[in-house]
Design a protein around this ligand. Structure first.
Ligand code: MN3
Length: 254
């Protein structure tokens, strides 16, 4: 059983146990509290975002670098993961170190700069970590499971209408950024967002489920200026099981 599967089983057992506990007393309340970080870890892959010393780390790809061929070529994945994603990890660590220095010395003259760096690189690190797990080979892509399809139909009028909205939102991002399917914990609805760079134009409380990188580095080697071709093609390598797991986890939080 994979780590993720065993975590899912644990969560199911925990929530069932919690129902029973509500009937007999309170000892299981702590189990509910304990379960929350596990759900967060599953959703954001926080076990991969940082090491045990609290330093951001570059997660391994969950597949070989040529696994996304022919939609995304091996060279693009290599540059994207090993250079671009790695630089967000380094940038987020540098920002954290300098903010620590500011707290230690009381010198906050550059706090605006380092907070901006943390928002940019930290958001870049999180979105890329989700992006890699959102993708898989064409052979394994499959389709949205019944629960995800039901949610997409309820909130967008159907899977095709959702796809059309996400494609158009991704293509029309001004400059560099992302198209994002997110779950909003306050409205309990799925929503499509555009994000410029990694951190602008977001909506507080939205939990990203499926993210499409439309920075040129994600597609330029193979697609050059044809962002639309890349965005349309990427739908044949979506890991729909991963998206469905994220929705499941997001609903447990919301
Ligand atoms: Mn990127």
């Amino acid at each position: 059983m994979s780590n993720r599967s065993s975590r899912r089983v644990f969560l199911k057992q925990t929530s069932l146990g919690a129902v029973g506990a509500a009937l007999v007393g309170t000892p299981m309340l702590s189990a509910i509290a304990d379960a929350k970080p596990s759900v967060l870890a599953m959703l954001y892959q926080t076990d991969k975002l940082m090491d045990d010393k609290g330093k951001y780390v570059l997660p391994d790809l969950p597949y070989a670098k040529d696994a996304l061929e022919p939609v995304i070529d091996k060279a693009t994945v290599e540059f994207h993961h090993d250079k671009h994603h790695a630089s967000y990890v380094a940038g987020a660590n540098k920002a954290e170190e300098n903010l620590q220095k500011a707290r230690d010395t009381g010198d906050f003259a550059l706090v605006k700069h380092w907070e901006r760096e943390l928002a940019f690189h930290g958001s870049g690190h999180i979105l890329h970590t989700i992006y890699w797990t959102n993708l898989t080979s064409q052979a394994k892509s499959g389709k949205p499971n019944a629960e995800l399809e039901k949610a997409l139909t309820s909130d967008f009028g159907g899977v095709d209408k959702f796809k059309t909205q996400l494609v158009n939102a991704s293509i029309s991002v001004e400059g560099s950024g992302w198209g994002i399917l997110a779950y909003h914990a306050l409205t309990k609805k799925l929503t499509v967002l555009q994000t410029e760079k990694h951190q602008d134009l977001t909506v507080w409380g939205a939990i990203p489920l499926l993210v499409i990188d439309v920075w040129e580095h994600a597609y330029y080697l193979k697609y050059q200026n044809r962002r639309a071709d890349y965005v349309n093609a990427i739908f044949s390598i979506i890991n729909w099981d991963n998206v469905a797991e994220r929705l499941d986890a997001a609903r447990k939080i919301g």
